[in-house]
Design a protein around this ligand. Structure first.
Ligand SMILES: [Zn+2]
Length: 213
């Protein structure tokens, strides 16, 4: 049995997934929340940091946490270019919510340089995280970024990063680099059936959300 602990960083979410004395951190928040996230991590035997994708609000604390806790950072290689350059995969949006969120985040996405960690584990679709003590699988969810991934824990809890979001109501993520891939990823999530969905932004829900057609 596992537990998902929510770390709220204003509008951004990080999660600690804990099982029988082991823990992984999924996403790390932006720099201003370092102390909040580190304090939570100190309560557990942290084995790994996983990034759902490499945007500052998910990845900015990764390198520093990796050093403090002496654990590697796992992410998909297709996002590696984003450590140096957000513009390598520029974001677009759909709908009013998308326009507002993108408008508020674009400047800081461009200006924040996310430091690349030294200890890296590349992860991709189907990878098993059980060697870190958590019964979880990596699921490729490209579209928001090329290397976006989800973490499926025990076939019960699915952490989706920004493939979906729940700003006001749960929906296909409003920001994308590739809309066709994003739509496919949202369908893939839905096809997994019964799960609790943990979003990068917004509160968890059942696997019911507005699918962008
Ligand atoms: Zn993002």
């Amino acid at each position: 049995m596992h537990k998902v602990h929510h770390i709220k960083c204003k509008t951004d979410n990080c999660y600690i997934v804990e099982s029988e004395g082991n823990a992984i951190l999924v996403d790390t928040g932006s720099g201003e929340f370092y102390d909040v996230v580190a304090k939570e991590c100190r309560k557990y035997n942290l084995r790994l940091i996983v990034l759902t994708h490499v945007h500052f609000d998910h990845a900015e604390n990764a390198a520093k946490l990796s050093e403090e806790f002496d654990v590697p950072v796992a992410f998909n290689k297709s996002d590696e270019e984003l450590f140096d350059d957000y513009d390598a995969q520029p974001l677009m949006s759909y709908g009013l919510i998308g326009r507002i969120v993108l408008g508020l985040s674009l400047k800081v996405l461009r200006e924040t340089k996310v430091r690349k960690p030294e200890k890296i584990v590349y992860i991709s679709d189907g990878d098993d995280l059980s060697s870190y003590g958590i019964d979880a699988k990596v699921i490729a969810l490209p579209g928001h970024t090329d290397g976006s991934i989800g973490v499926d824990v025990d076939g019960q809890s699915l952490l989706v990063g920004d493939a979906l979001d729940n700003w006001i109501s749960p929906a296909t993520g409003h920001l994308y680099n590739n809309i066709e891939n994003l739509k496919e990823s949202a369908k893939k999530i839905r096809s997994l059936g019964d799960r609790t969905i943990y979003y990068g932004h917004g509160n968890p829900t059942a696997n019911k959300f507005k699918l962008l057609k």
